[in-house]
Every structure is written in structure tokens, then in C-alpha cells.
Design a protein around this ligand. Structure first.
Ligand code: ATP
Length: 610
């Protein structure tokens, strides 16, 4: 199931908003003093709005009815002072939480990024990029808003409502009860609203993730889209998705409008009833005019806290959905590393000049099935046995889709074998940490990936200890010196997003330079010269031979010219190594190999060997 499909299915499971939000506690904990301090300050600020009616009551029943002008001025000054104090408290609240909560958002984003980096390739095969991007951006922003504003005002407004109702009941309990009466139906309606809104909120966030995926893919694939004149159909596909999101947002807005309408209008009705009742009692002399004014002003001051509850409930629900989405990624287990972090023993001393000794690379009964492949489907690799002797270069040849790339990605542990074992100089890679394996195994793929950084940074990424001399050597080996020198700032030229400012062949050569820069003990090349013209390819191969002489290498090859680099060739067929031999031997003895390399069938005469 794709991530978005998983995500769509998630709301079907009943989740608790509170339980979801409580998972944020470890991030909020370090700044809890500030967050709760800010909430306390906001409660104090909000309580000031309840002090105003009491000052008003004093003004009406005191200075106004006594005709005391100085008293009225004093009352006015008091009201102004209370108002300014309230504004100051709300400013203080904002100051208290702004920086710590920006820190919480940054910490969560870093943790998400770190975790995503550590998750296995199988996770990334499954999850669309947009779903990860939207979690790391929009969802985390929403959570900061919730912590800074939503959570505080849920606490503040609930407390203000409780205190306010207390004040109303103390002033006049019958009128107070009239105003409290709508609370019970309001709670019931909020409950219904909450369960409906949470489903729609989650759907909207997932659809935003899908939309982000489409934007990301179409920007990366803009050349194909333009080249095939698909911009209209692409725009139409985008329009459909964005309308789907718009419909969901409108659904949210309708639900919010409905609850807002009820929350705003129901208390108004009861407020009207309380006013009529109150005026009647003032006329009967049961109640002072000042008490009625204070009562009604208190009730009015409670309007915003009550009305905001619908909006705050919506924000709380959206935040719970964002929290669930965040933890769906964070809960993905990072594959365990072997305890103790064994190191690959140093290569045994070489008998000859520079040629490595040891056991080389050995695949024993290796079976591999992609974790998300349909149940019952045959494994991609089904009992691979292969030995690449130390210092040897083995070419891996096979029909398209035969599993060559899959086989070589097992070596740096980008995927884990389903069964069987792979050893490097006699040490099982399953007993080494991935970091240790990748320290010794360098790789270059047919599809070269460069990053928005300088040429030098891209190449030096291949080995932590490599220096500028290694860089120069690697650029020489990959025949990149010439074009790199011609770049505006040479090695320090920024290659732009994904290196798209370079040609395909230039990118491939830089990726090759990155693979060889650290003089790796083991080298994996997946058809690394496919984008080069024959002359450049020949020059790269000549330079590469020196590197290959000092390492043990496995090279995926589609063309005879790449096979020329290798000492021997292994033919992958039907999930197994069907034959191993020199290029010449296999051309003579193996019809499938001959067909792959020359296009001729079994009965046709073979071409001259290497
Ligand atoms: N991430 C994946 N999830 C599931 N199946 C996959 C995945 N990647 C590859 N496969 C399948 O595994 C099989 C082998 O693919 P692989 O890329 O290893 O072949 P290949 O020999 O390198 O092909 P080519 O020569 O065309 O590059 C194919 O059937 C492919 O569909």
C-alpha cells in the first residue's frame, strides 16, 4: 500500500486526539516552564476582561448614581489602567513563547530529517516525496501554531469561561443558570463536530501531501513534460488534485461554519432571555442596575472565549492529525545495527605490487525479495553464488530486469539479503555496521545524482578523509579535469540543483570521481559510463584501469566496451549466476551471453573475443 493510501486509511481507525497530542510532550518538556508560564500570563490577561464589569458596576452604582464627577473620572482611569495591563500581559505571553516554540519546531524538523536519512531505501521506495515534504513543512508549522496559540487559548478560554460563570453565579445565580443552560447541548454538538472534523482534517493534510508530490515530480521532470508537450495534461492532472483538496477544505469550512453558527447563536438567545429577565427584576427592585450592567458585561466578555471554542477545536483536530502524520514517519523502525560495531579487519598484506589480498567479495546462496513485492512472486535473486577474487574486476551481465542493480545494491547494504550471506574479505557484512560497510564500499550508479554544491564538495562527499590531491586524482581518473577547469570557478563552481547545469556525461564522470576519490577497498559501478561517447569512454576506461588494479570491483555492464574493463564476467540469469568466465570464454560457450553482448543468437557464429 502506498503511503498516501496508508494515510487515507488511517482515519478509519479510531484515534484519540488527546493521546495523539500527548506524544508532543517530549518536545515541549524542555520549554514547559515558558509554555505554561505564558498560559498563566494569558489567563491573568483574560481575567482582566472580567475585572472590567466589576469596575463598571462600581461606577454605575457609585459615582454615576451619586453624581460624583471625580469618581467617574477615577473609574475611567481605572478602566484604562486595567485595559493597558491586559494588553501588556498578552504581549508578555507572546514574548515568552515565540522563541522557545520556534526551537521546538526546529527540533522536530531536525529529528524528522535525521530519521528520514536513516530509514532504509525500502522505506523511500514506498513513500512519496510530497508526503514527507508536507510533514516536514506544513504539518510542523501547524503544530507550532497550535502550541503557541491553540493550546494556550484552549487553557485560557476554558479557564476564563469557568471563572466567568463563577462570577455570573455569584452576582446572581438565577440569571447565571439561564446563561449556563446552553453549555450541555454545546458540548454534545462539539463532540459530534470533533469526530467528523478529524476525518476531514486528516484527508486534507494527506491530499496536500499528494499535491506536493505532483509538484515535486513535475518540476523535476519539467524537461520531459515540455519535451513531450504534456504541460496541458499535467496541468489538468494538477487541477483535478487541487480541486479535490479545495473540496475537502470547503467541507472543513462548512463543518466549521455549522459549529460556529451554533456556538455563536445559541448563547445569544440565552443572553437575550437573561436580559429580559434581568430588566424585569431591576424594574421590580429585585436587582440593582449596576449588578445587571456588570452581569451583562461579564456575559459579553465571555462571548469570545465561548465562540473561539469551535475554531480551537478545529485547530486541535488538525494538530492531532499533523502529530499522527509526523509520528507515522518517526515510528518507522530504523534497521538495527549489530551490537559492538565490529570493524572490517585491515586488508592482509599484498604479495604483489599494490594488488589487494584477502578473500575479496563472496556471495553465498544469496536470496533477495523486495519487501513490498506481491506475495507469492518469485524472488529477484534466488541463490546467487559468486566470488570476486581480491584485486579482481568482475563484470556483471544480464538481461534487462534480471536483477543486476539489485545484486550490487546488496553490497553497500542499501537493501538487506532475504537469506544467504555476503562477505568482504571473509567478514559477513551483516555483522558490520552500515557505516563501516559503506566506509569500504564505494559506488557509482548509471543515474548520477549530484547535489546543489560545488564540484569539489560533490566529489569529496565520496570519502571523509579525502583531500584536494585525491580530488585532483579522481577528476583525472574520470576524465573530468578538462571540463571542470573550463567551468567559471573550476572545482568551486556550484553545479546547481541536481547538477542539471552539467551534461549527462559530465554528471556521470563526477559521480565516478566521487566513487574513486577515497581509493575504496571495494568498488561497485552500475553501468557508470553509459552516457559517454566512445572516445571519452575509452579514455576513462584507460585511466580507470589503474584504480581497478588496486581494488576489488563489481561492475554492471551492458556493453562489450564496459566488459573490457573486467578480468572476468558473471552472467546473471533466472535469479542466479548462470556462468562465470572471461569475456572470450563466455562468448564461445554461452548462447545467452553471446546474445546479450552481440545481439546474435546461439546458432550464429561468435564474434572475436577480447
Ligand atoms: N524497489 C523495488 N521494489 C520492487 N521491485 C523492484 C524494485 N526495484 C526493482 N524491482 C524489480 O526487481 C527486478 C530487477 O530489477 P533491477 O533493477 O535489479 O534489474 P537490472 O538487471 O538492473 O535491470 P536493467 O538492466 O534494466 O537496469 C525488476 O523486475 C524490477 O521490477
Amino acid at each position: 500500500m502506498s503511503a498516501s493510501a496508508e494515510a487515507q486509511a488511517a482515519p478509519a481507525r479510531k484515534r484519540s486526539v488527546v493521546r495523539s497530542l500527548l506524544r508532543l510532550w517530549p518536545y515541549v518538556r524542555p520549554v514547559r516552564a515558558r509554555v505554561f508560564g505564558a498560559a498563566a500570563v494569558a489567563v491573568a490577561g483574560s481575567s482582566m476582561s472580567l475585572v472590567m464589569p466589576l469596575v463598571l458596576k462600581w461606577i454605575v452604582d457609585g459615582p454615576v448614581s451619586d453624581g460624583d464627577e471625580a469618581g467617574v473620572w477615577l473609574g475611567g482611569a481605572l478602566l484604562l489602567g486595567v485595559g493597558l495591563f491586559e494588553a501588556g500581559l498578552f504581549g508578555l505571553r507572546r514574548w515568552l513563547v515565540a522563541r522557545p516554540l520556534a526551537g521546538v519546531e526546529a527540533a522536530m524538523r531536525s529529528e524528522l530529517y535525521r530519521h528520514v536519512q536513516r530509514l532504509p531505501v525500502t522505506f523511500h521506495d514506498r513513500w512519496p516525496t510530497g508526503q514527507l515534504l508536507s510533514r516536514g513543512t506544513g504539518d510542523l508549522q501547524l503544530l507550532r501554531q497550535f502550541l503557541a496559540f491553540g493550546l494556550t487559548f484552549l487553557i485560557v478560554n476554558s479557564t476564563t469561561i469557568l471563572i466567568g460563570f463563577g462570577v455570573l453565579l455569584v452576582q446572581d445565580w438565577t440569571l447565571g443558570l439561564v446563561l449556563i443552560a446552553p453549555v450541555v447541548p454545546l458540548i454534545a454538538l462539539s463532540w459530534v463536530f470533533e469526530s467528523r472534523f478529524s476525518v476531514v482534517a486528516r484527508r486534507a493534510q494527506d491530499q496536500m501531501g499528494d499535491l506536493t508530490t505532483v509538484v515535486e515530480e513535475s518540476i523535476l521532470g519539467i524537461r520531459i513534460i515540455k519535451g513531450f508537450g504534456r504541460h496541458r495534461s499535467q496541468a489538468e492532472a494538477f487541477r483535478v488534485l487541487s480541486h479535490r483538496l479545495m473540496d475537502t477544505e470547503l467541507h472543513k469550512a462548512r463543518l466549521l461554519a455549522a459549529i460556529w453558527l451554533v456556538i455563536a447563536s445559541l448563547p445569544e438567545l440565552f443572553l437575550g432571555a437573561a436580559l429580559v429577565l434581568g430588566v424585569d427584576r431591576v424594574a421590580d427592585g429585585d436587582l440593582t442596575a449596576g449588578t445587571l450592567v456588570a452581569f451583562m458585561t461579564t456575559a459579553m466578555a465571555l462571548r469570545w472565549p465561548v465562540e473561539s471554542i469551535g475554531f480551537l477545536l478545529a485547530l486541535t483536530n488538525e494538530s492531532a492529525a499533523a502529530t499522527d502524520r509526523f509520528f507515522e514517519v518517526l515510528d518507522e523502525p530504523v534497521p538495527a545495527e549489530p551490537a559492538g560495531g565490529a570493524r572490517l579487519p585491515a586488508a592482509p598484506a599484498a604479495p604483489g605490487r599494490g594488488a589487494p589480498a584477502g578473500d575479496g567479495i563472496r556471495f553465498t546462496d544469496v536470496v533477495f525479495r523486495y519487501p513490498d513485492s506481491p506475495p507469492g512472486s518469485p524472488p529477484v535473486l534466488d541463490g546467487v553464488n559468486l566470488h570476486v577474487a581480491p584485486g579482481e574486476t568482475m563484470a556483471l551481465v544480464g538481461g534487462t530486469g534480471s536483477g543486476k542493480t539489485t545484486l550490487v545494491t546488496l553490497l553497500p547494504r542499501l537493501h538487506e539479503v532475504t537469506s544467504g550471506r555476503i562477505t568482504l574479505d571473509g567478514t559477513d557484512i551483516a555483522g558490520l555496521s552500515r557505516h563501516e560497510v559503506r566506509r569500504h564500499v564505494a559506488m557509482a550508479f548509471e543515474e548520477p545524482t549530484l547535489f546543489s554544491a560545488s564540484v569539489a564538495e560533490n566529489v569529496l562527499m565520496g570519502a571523509a578523509e579525502a583531500d584536494r590531491d585525491d580530488l585532483a586524482r579522481a577528476l583525472r581518473t574520470s576524465q573530468s579535469e578538462g571540463f571542470v577547469r573550463a567551468l567559471p570557478e573550476g572545482e568551486d563552481t556550484q553545479v546547481g540543483e541536481q547538477g542539471l547545469s552539467l551534461s549527462g556525461g559530465q554528471r556521470q564522470r563526477l559521480a565516478l570521481a566521487r566513487a574513486v576519490v577515497g581509493r575504496p577497498r571495494f568498488l561497485v559501478l552500475d553501468d557508470p559510463l553509459s552516457a559517454l561517447d566512445v572516445h571519452t569512454e575509452a579514455r576513462v576506461e584507460a585511466a580507470l584501469r589503474d584504480v581497478l588494479a588496486t581494488t576489488t570491483a563489481l561492475v554492471v555492464a551492458h556493453r562489450p566496451s564496459t566488459v573490457q574493463l573486467a578480468d572476468r564476467v558473471a552472467l546473471l540469469s533466472g535469479g542466479r549466476i548462470a556462468a562465470v568466465g572471461t569475456h572470450a570464454e563466455l562468448l564461445h560457450t554461452n548462447a545467452e551471453y553471446r546474445h546479450l553482448m552481440t545481439g546474435r543468437h546461439a546458432e550464429q557464429p561468435e564474434v572475436s573475443a577480447r
